[in-house]
Design a protein around this ligand. Structure first.
Ligand code: C2E
Ligand code: MG
Ligand code: MG
Length: 393
């Protein structure tokens, strides 16, 4: 024992500062209050475990404090408070996360004892987070290891089913990259992509997933299962003018119809490269290959851009889908995306459906297809057939 977590609360209203301090002390913290944003930089030190921050203060606002903490390379966990609407808290939370800060959660004023107590109970001790991130660093495989893995078959796609919401029929599967590492076990997409990005291996990685997916699609077809397959592309690949003909050749070699593949690209990545990609995107569509805009709602596309690009499908990001039942703003985004997609003649897919209730909501809102743990988690190619037959029997 011996180690007591430390908390610093910054709020220009003394009453609220004291209230937070009292809850923190009850929760076993050493707690300190500051009522002056100007003095905060001199009071703050890097060994504070938790900072509770009021966003709206006269003079300096909370956003400036967030920037200060980011510049200091702070490891403290953050709790954000605001009397304004939830939208302000969301964007501040996002900003802090983008700066690499760890956000424990946010609270709308008036603050309830229970809510704050619950957040504080989840606060990791600083020493723990630091130790954990150091350990993670040691564990991560290296770039050369990834290069070898792409060549030796350790990189492979898992497949996650998508269902038509109205008929519940299987409409397609999304290929999601995994690394079957001989020592470390199955590694997730995020880690693989981060490495691939650093090593300029994103193109090789996607081609490796694409190739295996086409082989798999052919095998399923021969076993009597005809399904579309969605591949996640990096936006960079659409700048390659050869892509349409290369893909066409690959489809022909595997005796597959272009209508069986869907190329996904994330909204945020695509919009940065739009002008350079329009040529390739248009020709892909002309060849009958479907294009899907992934993680919709997290990027910044304008209505004009959406109208210009020849997309056939829109995938609503799972952060909105997952929260639609508890967060009015997430619900509004889901509703508007479905309407917008349909108006533009696109099919709309909801990602991240985890419960029956979310499925029911999306059905009610007229969404076309669904993907998520509620239906099935991503699985190896050789398990899809038995999953498929077990649900139809
Ligand atoms: P994405 O394309 O948006 O894929 C959906 C992600 O959500 C997948 O994460 C999937 O496993 C996860 N997911 C699906 N349903 C649920 C659910 O109900 N709950 C929760 N919590 N998560 C769910 P994954 O496999 O970790 O992939 C992350 C991202 O990595 C993908 O997001 C995609 O952008 C990227 N990615 C995956 N494979 C590839 C690839 O081969 N090439 C490229 N360039 N990117 C890839
Ligand atoms: Mg995707
Ligand atoms: Mg997505």
């Amino acid at each position: 024992m011996g180690y007591k977590k430390r908390l610093l609360v910054l709020d220009d209203e003394p009453d609220i500062g004291e209230f937070v301090r009292d809850v923190a002390i009850e929760s076993g913290f050493d707690a300190l209050v500051s009522n002056s944003p100007e003095a905060f930089p001199s009071i703050y030190s890097n060994d504070i475990d938790v900072v509770v921050l009021d966003l709206m203060m006269p003079g300096i606002d909370g956003v400036e404090i967030i920037r200060f903490l980011a510049e200091r390379g702070s490891n403290s966990s953050l709790v954000l408070m605001s009397g304004y609407n939830a939208g302000v808290l969301h964007s501040a939370q996002e900003l802090a996360s983008e700066h690499g800060l760890h956000v424990l959660g946010s609270l709308t004023k008036p603050i309830r004892y229970d809510d704050l107590e619950r957040l504080l109970a989840d606060a990791p001790a600083l020493q723990m987070t630091r130790r954990k991130s150091e350990a993670n660093l040691l564990e991560k495989p290296g770039v050369e290891e990834l290069r070898a893995a792409i060549g030796n078959g350790e990189i492979l796609p898992y497949y996650q089913p998508q269902l038509d919401i109205a008929s519940r029929a299987l409409t397609g599967v999304e290929a999601l990259v995994r690394w079957a590492h001989p020592q470390r076990g199955l590694l997730p997409a995020g880690l693989i992509l981060e490495l691939a990005n650093r090593a300029n291996l994103l193109g090789d990685l996607t081609n490796c997933v694409l190739h295996q997916s086409l082989v798999q699609c052919r095998q399923w077809l021969e076993a009597g299962l005809k399904t579309k397959i969605s591949i996640n592309m990096s936006a960079e690949q659409f700048k390659d003018l050869e892509l349409p003909s290369v893909l066409e050749d690959q489809l022909r070699n595997h005796h597959l119809d272009p209508a069986q593949i869907v190329l996904e690209v994330t909204e945020s990545a695509l919009m940065q490269e739009l002008a350079k990609s329009l040529d390739t995107l248009t020709r892909l569509r002309m060849k009958g290959i479907a294009l899907s805009i992934d993680d919709f709602g997290t990027g910044y596309s304008s209505l004009v851009q959406l109208h210009r690009i020849p997309f056939s499908e829109m995938k609503i990001d799972r952060s909105f889908v997952g929260n639609a039942l508890v967060d009015d703003e997430a619900l509004a985004i889901v509703k508007i995306t479905i309407m917008l997609g349909h108006e533009l003649g696109m099919k709309v897919v909801a990602e991240g459906i985890e419960t029956q209730r979310t499925w029911d909501l999306l059905e009610e809102l007229g969404c076309d297809s669904a993907q998520g743990y509620f239906i099935a988690k991503p699985m190896p190619g050789n398990q899809l057939l038995s999953w498929f037959h077990s649900r139809s029997s």
